[in-house]
Design a protein around this ligand. Structure first.
Ligand code: SAM
Length: 235
């Protein structure tokens, strides 16, 4: 999967790209990341990429000519047209299903905003708009990292044997619902034990308990997921 990120702050990605399985995915060529410095497409002596809003108002708006030029340069750098994703609080909420769709793409372009956001015409040049959630960040960079991390986990052979993306919250294994509670050693911690079934060695009972727990947990914590997936956790 080849990704490109249009950003005014490429340095924010340095540690992220060089850590854990994102690093491994890059080293094994499962993930390519190109950082396109938006400033290089800015105008004038100060390489400005923003301007005052037509009609007045506070803050600055990102110019469409600079942003689209950066998008096109980023695509050149990763070998061609990508699925273009604008990061904006006004986009569709980012979910596991969106991660699954994006991780299946050969090329992905993430466009990070700053200031008051993008000139509306930028929207005509992207394929989808994605929001990390119903809150406002200062820029799209944290959202881009979240999306890359969620997508990379889904790429074949990235996680290895120790971790699996198959049986996790929001995955098909739980009908899109939440995962069951997990326990590890010690068997007793400050007076709190471990459910007896998990140390019974009876795999059929353990599997049934986990399905039941996943269903109950989803209903209690995320009834909205249950409505979206009526069969949640009951497979
Ligand atoms: N004025 C915009 C609005 O009210 O919709 C918010 C602009 S925000 C301060 C600046 C940039 O941060 C946005 O262009 C976007 O790229 C990014 N951003 C902020 N919140 C985000 C969110 N929830 N999801 C994804 N990106 C976000």
């Amino acid at each position: 999967m080849q990704t490109a990120i249009v950003t005014l702050f490429p340095e924010l990605f340095a540690v992220f790209l060089d850590t854990s399985f994102v690093k491994r995915a890059r080293e094994t060529n499962r993930l390519g990341v190109h950082l396109e410095q938006l400033r290089e497409h800015g105008l004038g002596r100060h390489r400005s990429v923003d301007d005052t809003p037509y009609g007045g108002g506070s803050g600055m708006v990102m110019r469409p000519d600079c942003v689209v030029a950066a998008m096109e340069a980023a695509e050149c750098a990763i070998g061609g047209r990508a699925v273009r994703v604008l990061l904006t609080p006004q986009g569709e909420p980012f979910r596991q299903s969106v991660a699954e769709e994006l991780s299946a793409q050969e090329r992905l372009l993430l466009v990070c905003g700053r200031y008051e956001g993008f000139d509306e015409r930028v929207r005509l040049f992207v394929d989808r708009e994605v929001s990390l959630g119903d809150f406002v960040l200062t820029g799209g960079e944290v959202a881009a990292m979240a999306i890359i991390e969620a997508c990379v986990r889904l790429l074949p052979d990235v996680l290895g044997n120790a971790v699996s993306s198959v049986e996790e919250s929001f995955s098909a294994a739980w009908g899109g619902g939440l995962e069951y509670p997990q326990f590890t050693r010690p068997p007793e911690f400050r007076g709190h034990g471990v459910p007896e079934v998990l140390v019974s060695g009876n795999h059929a009972r353990i599997a049934a308990w986990r399905r039941e727990q996943a269903t109950e947990r989803t209903a209690a914590r995320r009834p909205d997921l249950e409505r979206r997936n009526p069969g949640v956790g009951r497979s």
